[in-house]
Design a protein around this ligand. Structure first.
Ligand code: ADP
Length: 416
């Protein structure tokens, strides 16, 4: 072989070696890049390797962008489920908690950080809950008082999804349950309140019916007795009438009612009327005084204010034995608020009752309330009227010593 051919062969060999070494180096860079964490910039190079790296770089950028979008979607989904007012728990195989939102953690008394990965029945041992998971009746809610969240009632609905997954939805229905109990109690109370006078009225009617056309051998009812029975029946009818009037007033005032009209209420005229009304009720048995140096006008609903003040004042008469005294006071307080205060020297109220007096049908002494024509709704009406006027009711009382009921109106309600 000639020297030229040797030289060409040697040069070619060197070139191939250089290319092979460079190729190897670029390959090592590529492997190192592929092994690096995601996001590592693609190496740079010239020539074909450069183009290959550039193509990889574009793909890596596109992949990073779609990862970013996916993460954004996931974050949005996470924020949405965290914002749900209901609890959501995802259970995997073996009823292991895979995921839960904040509301579910609060409802079930679980810890979103610590309890993920644990079988839920290791944490919630209530037999009815375990039964519900083991023999799920999907869509049929379970009512649960969870030990980990005492005092609350939960509604839990389960739904299977995927191969062996289950979705639990939890809802705190404590408030709803309370409302339902209140509604039931209310209906029971109203029925009871109406039943007693109705029974009495029906009894008298029955008696009079038999007395007017007595069967052979039976005596007719003497006219005097008949008049007495009729008067008693009339009283009972009045009691039912008052109860229905109060119920209607209360329901008109309750939630959903439009705010009271903004009338300029003439407080002097209103107080004079209230005074006259309770003087008639007392029939001279009490010493009644009216002290007024409060503002002349109050802004609000005249009829409602009249009813609230009238209720407080007539209670004073009804719960003060004959010979007692009653003071109605209308005054401006130092900060500019105005106060209607009724002070009596009557029976007074033991402290444990005071907070409950404005509940519908709450009475300290049922017999005394009935005897004096009470419906048990007066202070509930007062409370609603005052709330609607941003006013508050303050009750101070001592058993055996008398009471003061104060309705305090904010300065903003004082009209010029
Ligand atoms: P009632 O129709 O029974 O009077 P209210 O709602 O007006 O209903 O009052 C609730 C209860 O508050 C009354 O039954 C009574 O026990 C008590 N009460 C109200 N006002 C007075 C008062 N001035 N003195 C003593 N007890 C009062």
């Amino acid at each position: 072989m000639s020297a030229i051919a040797w030289m060409i062969g040697a040069v070619l060999g060197v070139v191939l070696l250089v290319l092979a070494v460079r190729g190897h180096v670029q390959l090592l860079r590529l492997i190192r890049w592929a092994q690096a964490p995601l996001g590592e910039p693609v190496p740079e190079a010239g020539g074909l390797w450069g183009e290959a790296f550039l193509a990889l770089h574009r793909r890596a950028r596109a992949a990073a962008e779609s990862r970013r979008q996916l993460q954004q979607e996931l974050d949005r989904l996470e924020a949405l489920t965290q914002a749900l007012p209901e609890g959501v728990v995802i259970l995997g195989a073996g009823q292991v908690i895979e995921w839960l939102n904040g509301q579910a953690a609060r409802d079930l008394g679980l810890d979103a950080g610590r309890d993920i990965g644990a079988p839920i029945i290791n944490l919630m041992r209530e037999p009815e809950f375990i039964r519900h998971l083991e023999t799920p009746q999907h869509g049929v809610p379970l009512l649960l008082r969870a030990r980990r969240n005492p005092g609350r009632t939960l509604q839990i609905v389960s739904a299977p999804f995927g191969a062996d997954r289950m979705l639990l939805l939890t809802r705190d229905i404590t408030q709803l349950e309370k409302l339902e109990t209140m509604r039931r109690d209310f209906v029971a109370n109203v029925s009871h309140e109406l039943k007693t006078p109705l029974t009495v009225v029906a009894g008298f009617i029955e008696m009079l019916k038999d007395g007017i056309g007595p069967a052979a051998g039976e005596a007719a009812i003497p006219a005097e007795d008949a008049a007495h029975y009729l008067a008693l029946a009339f009283d009972q009818a009045g009691r039912m009438q008052r109860l229905i009037d109060d119920l209607l007033t209360l329901s008109a005032l309750e939630t959903g009612a439009p705010p009271p009209p903004q009338e300029r209420v003439d407080m002097r005229a209103l107080l004079a009327e209230v005074r006259e009304e309770i003087a008639a009720l007392s029939a001279g048995q009490h010493d009644i005084r009216l002290e007024e140096d409060g503002p002349a006008w109050l802004s609000g609903g005249g009829a409602e204010l009249r009813s609230a003040c009238g209720n407080l004042a007539s209670n004073a008469v009804r719960y003060t034995p004959a010979g007692g005294s009653i003071v109605l006071a209308w005054r401006t307080l130092p900060g500019g608020d105005a106060e209607f205060a009724v002070t009596d020297s009557g029976l007074g109220i033991e402290s444990q009752h005071i907070l409950r007096l404005t509940e519908r049908f709450y009475r300290v002494d049922r017999g005394r309330s009935r005897e004096s024509g009470g419906t048990g709704l007066g202070l509930a009406i007062v409370k609603h009227v005052l709330e609607r006027h941003q006013a508050r009711l303050v009750i101070e009382s001592q058993a055996g010593r008398g009471s003061t009921f104060r309705a305090v109106f904010p300065a903003a309600r004082v009209a010029d």
